[in-house]
Design a protein around this ligand. Structure first.
Ligand code: NAP
Length: 302
């Protein structure tokens, strides 16, 4: 039987540490880290995510400020709000809940957030920093997945890791982090031939696909560590259930360690958002009163 990497328990530990460090920051510098959460429209799943993020912020002693905008909000209005938040010294992190309504340009909005406040780690400067091994804010889901892997492996060096999925928010940054940890990394996707055979060679499989129970037992080398990022809502006997991208019942008996869904990577993602907000507050504190106009926007406009 595989060792279960319990995301609920581990995320509680991460949040405890964040909460302690938030208190230290308050005591030593009279600064309370603050996270601005921007929600546009009425997507029910986004509302649930935002509620969970705001609750976790409260538990960690982080101040959260919610901005709810109508579904028909235009680009100019959203940009004006981002601009205000970029320039507000009492706001340390800005999160724009994705997906945005169709009339809004997500890439432009992500680029409008100041990279020092980009707690999702999606800004091109943070993406570049991760790719080139420089310090920056790292996307929360891959960061949480790495913390989970470190529970099992003291040293990831030399391990063969297969990442299934190449999205900007999970697959690509996950691959970059694994590479930084000296893994040999294969990234597979919908056009990859014979994925099963590649996965069977892996010491570590990270599944970030969005297909319920795609990864079967015969994809996994006995003893491998399996991180299941997928969250898929499926109907089971008339009831809505959450399933991962891994066929947990079939894979768990032969894997060395595995994350469950729910209760795995999901809670770690939120905990890492709080960790990133603390990191952002610390960096802004040490940078002092610097200009918060967005350098990337300035370059784009010149
Ligand atoms: P995404 O943007 O849709 O990307 C999915 C990736 O999977 C793409 O690279 C796609 O390949 C690849 N893919 C699709 N079908 C495939 C197949 N049959 N075989 C191999 N690869 C295939 O999704 P995402 O945003 O990365 O999210 C992935 C999953 O993680 C979703 O279930 C999402 O809900 C979940 N998620 C969970 C958390 C969390 O906190 N736990 C956070 C974020 C996302 P192509 O590039 O070739 O199309």
């Amino acid at each position: 039987m595989a060792r279960l990497i319990d995301g609920k328990q581990l995320s509680a530990q991460v949040l405890d540490t964040v909460a302690t460090e938030v208190q230290q920051l308050k005591a030593e510098h009279s600064v309370t880290p603050a996270l601005a959460v921007v929600l546009v429209g009425d997507d029910p799943a986004s509302h649930v995510y935002v509620r969970n993020k705001v609750r976790s912020a409260g538990n960690a002693g982080i101040r959260s400020i919610e901005h709810r905008l109508d579904a028909d909000t235009d680009q100019q209005t959203l940009n004006a709000l981002i601009d205000n938040l970029n320039n507000d010294p009492d706001v340390h992190g800005i999160l724009v809940q994705l997906p945005l309504p169709a009339q809004l340009d997500e890439d432009q909005i992500i680029a409008a957030i100041h990279p020092d406040k980009d707690v999702d780690g999606f800004h091109p400067l943070n993406v570049g920093a991760l790719a080139s091994g420089q310090s920056g804010l790292v996307p929360c889901t891959p960061l949480g997945s790495m913390i989970m892997l470190q529970q099992v492996h003291d040293d990831l060096s030399g391990k063969h890791a297969v990442v299934i999925g190449r999205s900007n928010i999970v697959g690509k940054p996950m691959a970059a982090l694994l590479l930084q940890a000296n893994c040999t990394v294969s990234v597979v996707h919908s056009r990859t031939r014979n994925i099963e055979a590649l996965c069977r060679q892996a010491d570590i499989v990270v599944a970030a696909v969005g297909r319920a129970e795609l990864v079967k037992a015969d994809w996994i080398k006995p003893g491998a560590t399996v991180i299941d990022v997928g969250i898929n809502a499926v109907e089971v006997e008339g009831k809505r259930k959450l399933k991962g991208d891994v066929d947990f019942a079939a894979v768990e008996p032969l894997a060395g360690a595995i994350t469950p869904v729910p209760g795995g990577v999901g809670p770690m993602t939120i905990a890492c958002l709080m960790k990133n907000t603390l990191t952002a507050a610390r960096r802004q504190l040490s940078a002092g009163d610097t200009d918060k106009s967005n350098p990337a926007v300035a370059v784009g406009q010149s």
